[in-house]
Design a protein around this ligand. Structure first.
Ligand SMILES: C[S@@+](CC[C@H](N)C(=O)[O-])C[C@H]1O[C@@H](n2cnc3c(N)ncnc32)[C@H](O)[C@@H]1O
Length: 253
């Protein structure tokens, strides 16, 4: 619940906090059917390397039980499952948006996986996880947390559902820390992205929101402090592509 006068960022706008989840849902309803194609076009395929880097750092132990929040069409879950292969394990893919989950469930990639890996698809909110406390070995969240209305509540929920010894990993767009690259990246985000969005997905606005929401998200060190404030230990981050994205890691001790 949000207080009546509370506001939240929606791209560069400040809107009533109570409206944010609905506006974010609108964005992902609109992009769901073209989501995977657009990711490849927007990042020239680099999002695949970033996701690989996240799962490399996670190094998931076989037989584990992992929750992937904002799991969308299942890119992180697929990578975890391929690592486990016949050794097996379980991944819950949770997303607030039913259209994104539906697009994921239709992906032929899931049918090609070893049946020793099992999945469930849960429609739910990162701020109120329908998941028992201390039940998960790892919590992953990729390119989702900046869309959440109350990031602190999502982090508290991540902490709650993890077992002692559990791992938190977040992949998110972050702050470019390389001169010149930041200028090029701004041009790409604010000029090219909405144009590609308009041509391919028929929706420039959602991709403008994407670029703006990235600029409003806290930079690497500030986000690390938020993760620590939620009760995680040994919080570290790694920049990807000069800080265009970053992975944050934390542990439940
Ligand atoms: C950019 S997509 C990322 C999907 C996937 N993790 C990936 O990396 O390809 C962000 C996802 O977060 C979901 N999302 C946004 N707000 C959420 C919330 N409060 N709780 C759960 N999922 C949320 C959206 O519906 C969307 O599927």
């Amino acid at each position: 619940m949000s207080a009546p006068d509370e506001t939240a960022s929606f791209g560069f706008q400040d809107i009533p906090a109570a409206d944010k989840a609905g506006r974010v849902k609108g964005v992902f309803d609109s992009v769901a059917s073209k989501y995977d194609l657009m990711n490849d076009l927007m990042s020239a395929g680099v999002h695949r390397l970033w996701k690989d880097a996240m799962v490399d750092w996670l190094d998931p132990a076989p037989g584990g039980d992992i929750l992937d929040v904002g799991g969308g069409t299942g890119d992180i879950a697929l990578r975890i499952a391929r690592r486990w292969g016949a050794k097996g394990g379980h991944v819950s893919i949770l997303d607030i948006n039913h259209e994104m989950l539906k697009a994921g469930q239709k992906r032929p990639d899931f049918a090609k996986l070893d049946p020793a890996v099992t999945f469930d698809w849960i429609c739910g909110d990162a701020e109120r996880l329908p998941v028992p406390s201390a039940s998960k070995d790892a919590y992953t969240i990729a390119f989702c947390i900046r869309n959440v209305t109350h990031i602190d509540r999502a982090l508290a929920e991540a902490r709650r559902v993890l077992k002692p010894g559990g791992r938190f990993l977040c992949l998110e767009f972050s702050r470019v820390e390389v001169p010149v690259l930041d200028t090029l990246y701004d041009l790409w985000s604010f000029k090219a992205l909405p144009e590609i969005g308009a041509r391919v997905a028929g929706d420039a606005e959602s991709y403008r929101y994407l670029a703006e929401s990235i600029r409003r998200f806290p930079p690497q060190k500030e986000f690390a402090r938020m993760i620590e404030a939620a009760g995680f230990e040994q919080v570290k981050h790694r920049n990807l592509t000069g800080g265009i994205a970053a992975i944050h890691s934390g542990w439940v001790i």
